[in-house]
Design a protein around this ligand. Sequence first.
Ligand SMILES: [Zn+2]
Length: 313
Amino acid sequence: MTESAAVVHSQGYACDIGPHVFPVVKFRLLRERLIEEGAVAAAGILEPGPAPRADLLLAHAAEYLDDLEQLRWTERTMFSELPLEAGIVRAYVLAAAGTTLAARAALERGAAINLGGGFHHAGPARAEGFCYINDLAVAIRVLQREGLVRRAAVVDLDVHQGNGTAHIFEGDPTVFTLSLHQENNYPVPKARSSLDVGLADRTGDEAYAARLEQALAQVWGFGPDLVLYQAGADPYRDDQLGGLALSFAGLAARDRAVLEGCAGRGIPVAATLGGGYARRLEDTLAIHAQTCRLVLARAGLGPAAAAGAGGRA
Ligand SMILES: [Zn+2]
């Protein structure tokens, strides 16, 4: 018998960032929707505690973490495009623990999703683009430290390049970073991922799927023990901060390409939500809910995951 995929969430992901294009309320609304439609039981949702500083230090510089703890507005923190308040920093620290917990759960169950996270613009010593802590990088480094994975890949399909993740893992041969994004969009300039695919404005479902398939072939070739899937909802055609033209069906096909690709190869996969700024909040929620349902459908362990998960509680 196999356990179903894990869902991770904390009510602490909610924080008050004031009037903002980033709808942080989506974390709670998505949780409620999944419970309401019976996709997950409230009691079955895994809840993280805050990430220890030692974990954050695996991806971020000490002086940057000091700035965050002491709420200091410096050249390291000033590009967050967010207020710098204790409740907000706490939410990001919690999200990092959430993605770490999802990655751990993925090793045991095959797949997991954090109903939060995906803060891929945060660099080693720099807040950027609504991101204070790079949860993807923290999760990978924690699992590597514990010897649970050796090689990991980040498949970042948010409409914006995962520049913070690319910076953190630059020159690290154990981590493959793929970013498939809209070229003419934030961030400028781009960082260098292991593989960057910069898409033309208004790229639609078919062209996107073809480019993704080519890119994923390199991820599979790398042979990761774990994939972190940054499933941003912002490649959607009606996104306010994105300029691609994917439909709901195109986004579902995108999710399937990653999730089924991992399943077929026995690679554990943990997903994060990432961006999503559709004109209608309902659309962003629908896209994220679709990703969640596909993750939950990917139950059971493949052979590689079963080997990697052996002997742990
Ligand atoms: Zn984005």
